[in-house]
Design a protein around this ligand. Structure first.
Ligand SMILES: [Fe+2]
Length: 137
């Protein structure tokens, strides 16, 4: 499965859509770095990016879920917490580890691919549909 922007992901809320597009761009960048065997600082930069990203993105999504009384909020928020946990584990594993090699990058790629496939393209797509119908913006 390719990680790319699809119209079904659109929530109608510009801020959420842009955050999703940003994440997709970062995952694609990591894939390119792996393809060209130029991983360098990519993984550590990515962890830093994902920390800021998940904090602000999840806050945005959760704000909209509350505002529009989204019925699946508990399940959705649980998934966000789970991703934060995964991210924390990755951070512990790689911070202070000078050897960020191809295997590390592939591990990161796998986790992000999984998050995209299980969360963004399914759980967020359901939320997107709900927000669109609710006329959120
Ligand atoms: Fe989400």
């Amino acid at each position: 499965m390719e990680v790319k922007w699809e119209d079904e992901l659109s929530t109608g809320v510009g801020m959420i859509d842009n955050q999703h597009k940003n994440l997709i761009t970062r995952i694609q960048k990591l894939s390119r770095a792996i393809q060209h065997n130029k991983v360098g600082m990519e993984v550590l930069n990515l962890i830093k990016f994902l920390e800021d990203y998940s904090r602000s993105h999840f806050t945005t999504e959760e704000k909209y879920m509350k505002k529009y009384n989204y019925p699946e909020i508990v399940f959705h928020v649980k998934q966000h917490r789970q991703f934060m946990k995964t991210l924390n584990e990755l951070k512990k594993l790689y911070t202070g580890n000078a050897r960020v090699d191809l295997e590390t990058a592939k591990h990161m790629q796998y986790e992000l691919w999984k998050y995209f496939k299980e969360h963004v393209s399914v759980v967020d797509a359901v939320l997107a549909n709900f927000l669109k119908n609710a006329g959120a913006r």
